[in-house]
Design a binder for this molecule. Structure first.
Ligand SMILES: Cc1cc2nc3c(=O)[nH]c(=O)nc-3n(C[C@H](O)[C@H](O)[C@H](O)COP(=O)(O)OP(=O)(O)OC[C@H]3O[C@@H](n4cnc5c(N)ncnc54)[C@H](O)[C@@H]3O)c2cc1C
Length: 386
């Protein structure tokens, strides 16, 4: 289709990537976000090769490589400092044709925002609902303003306002654990600079991976009841207590991190949705399929959504609603599978059934690296770029 006008709600990874892709397809695009200033939630993100391939296609490959860390291997170690598994990831890159890039979220957000053009992102615009008729779709904002186009894309995250129009009320499910994350200066005493290390034990984990700018993205995870809050000042002490007795590099990491810059998030997801679209309204990214981050695929799926949605609008000419239905058909099973897989992995990692978690620690020692590589490759190659 030609000459479409696209209204996108949300300027996160999903919204901005969609904006860039739609622009390149020749469409007029407006992005609206409720934030007064765009600040990514979280410190880092691992973009697996399926996400990277889409960004390559959008012409962002070189810039992404410049902000990405060089992660060549992953290692699981126990909380008593025993190596459980070591996987050289380079055979994976050979198999799928592209390395992944762990990146700092601010670097990624800046790259996407610059590629789209910050002047076309309307900030301070809280979307409260959408409506549509046979010819157009309209986003309605809290301040009374409205924005109409041929379609509205709800890329407005896990608590999406657009989603209610498509599928009604959907509540976030708490995943029963807290994630702390941030960035520290790369230091070989913490972790080999080309390695992604994960310490696991007691249904908890602590991890570091390299991102550009000579830094490590770190995260911790531990089971926790819902509703706990700890002020930034006390987060270092909280982590020291929870990970007391863990190996030296974990202790050094806790010592090195800046508690004021350490995010503390209660993790959740949503049940797979019956529909991702309704007429001229499409859901994309976390609004469509928010997932627990135990596969590192949430952001990658948002990027894939952007590619597939744009492709159907661009390559078909029956009508907008028809293209959106094709988008739903292409994306629903893929994203449902990953949300459920991540949910299962979350339950294993975080001790929902303690015996299963213990078994997993044992299994890690026995799993051949090729099995890990094959599982990762399968997910990557099932993406829209193959
Ligand atoms: C701890 C953690 C680690 C993760 N690690 C990875 C990883 O390694 N790899 C990976 O691929 N994914 C990862 N993810 C998942 C990834 O962060 C998300 O899937 C991704 O950020 C979703 O992008 P999005 O654009 O759909 O939504 P968001 O990033 O949530 O963006 C939504 C935007 O919409 C705006 N908005 C919300 N409501 C409204 C409204 N009513 N009106 C206007 N604007 C609105 C918000 O301000 C925001 O800017 C991780 C997630 C977490 C929590």
């Amino acid at each position: 289709m030609y000459n479409l006008k696209v209204v996108i709600i949300g300027a996160g990874i999903g919204g901005l990537t969609t904006g860039i892709a739609m622009r390149q397809a020749g469409y007029q695009v407006e992005i609206y976000d409720r934030a007064q200033e765009l600040r990514p939630a979280g410190a880092g993100i691992s973009l697996w090769s399926n996400g990277v391939k889409v960004l390559n296609r959008l012409g962002l490959g070189e810039k992404l490589a410049a902000i990405g860390g060089e992660m060549n291997a992953m290692e699981y170690r126990s909380h008593t400092d025993e190596s459980l598994s070591y996987v050289d990831l380079r055979p994976l890159f050979e198999q799928v044709g592209q390395r992944p890039y762990p990146v700092a979220r601010t670097d990624l957000q800046t790259m996407l925002l610059e590629a789209f053009g910050p002047e076309d992102v309307h900030l301070g615009m809280l979307c409260t609902g959408v409506e549509q008729d046979e010819y157009s779709a309209t986003a309605i904002f809290e301040n009374g303003e409205r924005a109409s186009g041929d379609l509205v894309v709800g890329a407005d995250g896990i608590h999406s306002a657009v989603r209610a129009h498509v599928v009604g009320q959907v509540d976030r499910r708490y995943a029963r654990y807290v994630n702390w994350n941030g960035l520290v200066k790369a230091d070989p005493e913490l972790c080999d600079p080309n390695l992604w290390v994960l310490y696991v034990g007691d249904s908890k984990r602590a991890s570091m991976m390299p991102v550009g700018g000579d830094r490590f993205y770190f995260f911790f995870g531990a089971p926790m009841v819902e509703g706990t809050q700890v002020e930034p000042t006390y987060r270092q002490d909280e982590l020291a207590k929870i990970f007391q007795g863990w190996p030296e590099p974990v202790q050094k990491l806790i010592h090195a991190l800046d508690p004021e810059q350490t995010n503390r998030l209660e993790i959740g997801d949503i049940d797979p949705l019956e529909h991702l679209v309704k007429g001229r309204i499409a859901l994309l990214g976390d609004s469509a399929h928010a997932t627990t981050p135990t596969l590192g695929q949430g952001g990658c799926q948002a990027i894939e959504d952007a590619e597939v949605l744009t492709r159907y609008l661009h390559t078909t000419n029956i009508g907008v609603a028809d293209a959106l239905n094709r988008y739903e058909a292409a994306r629903k099973d893929r994203t449902t599978e990953l949300v459920l897989k991540a949910r299962k992995r979350t339950s294993t990692i975080y001790g929902y059934v303690p015996e299963a978690t213990q078994q997993w620690y044992t299994d890690l020692k026995q799993e051949p690296p090729e099995t890990v590589i094959d599982a990762l490759a399968k997910v990557i190659l099932a993406g829209p770029m193959g």
